[in-house]
Unconditional design. Sequence first.
Length: 283
Amino acid sequence: MFPFQMSFLTLPYPQFDPVALHLGSISVRWYGLAYAAGLLIGWLYLRRMIATPRIWGGPPPLSREHLDSLLLWVTAGVVIGGRLIGILLYDPMYYIKNPFEIIAVWHGGMAFHGGLLGVILAILLFSRRHLLTALQVGDLVAASVPIGLFFGRVANFINGELWGRTSNVPWAMVFPDPSAGPLPRHPSQLYEAVLEGIVLGIVLWWLIWRQGRLQQQGFVTGAFLVGYGLARVTAEAFREGDSTWFFQSGVVTAGMLYSIPMVLIGTLLIWWATHRYTAVMPS
């Protein structure tokens, strides 16, 4: 059933058909569905947030019409930023040799840190165009990002990409990609789904709905940056380093290096928001 070797305590890697649905001549892949689910559920969550004035300490900063428009801006930022930075920082030579793969986002190759930069730029442009406060828009978006991260990491697992380091833990898996070799590895994509998606999402939910931190502009954004950075650094300890990265190290990975500035910037944002605003517990 599985065309690769397994040790006694190794879990079999599920055999996923990358295509979830066939609609005539159109193939809908699980990878695309995962991203669509993250955006849709995130959008529904944001609609609930702007319909709840008490968590803002007054009128929400965005209308429903603004939110619908914001979804398009953020989606563009995720796709364009994630793809471009993924190409430039991780494996530019591959895409130079295979230029048609640049648009094949369903094959993977989306860099989170690039998507983050794309979203930040989208938020700044969107806020300026609609005369909104960028930090408040950023707090709103940050609250929903863990939802997309969860589905994105599940998509990485389904694609059999971004696997972990070799391991003998009972839940280790042998991934079918020849580049992963025949050895069992950590399913690090699932670790990231839990840390970056579920755990970080719960922390931000608690800060918003129980601590009233949306009333301190920038606090939720800072908490997201710190939380994601720490979660990513932790997960990277179990994830195989990118062999195409220009800086090779057995300890420091690209994901770690790119996440450290997030923790520093997020800490400064939390400090600034805490000292500028007084948190008010929602009634």
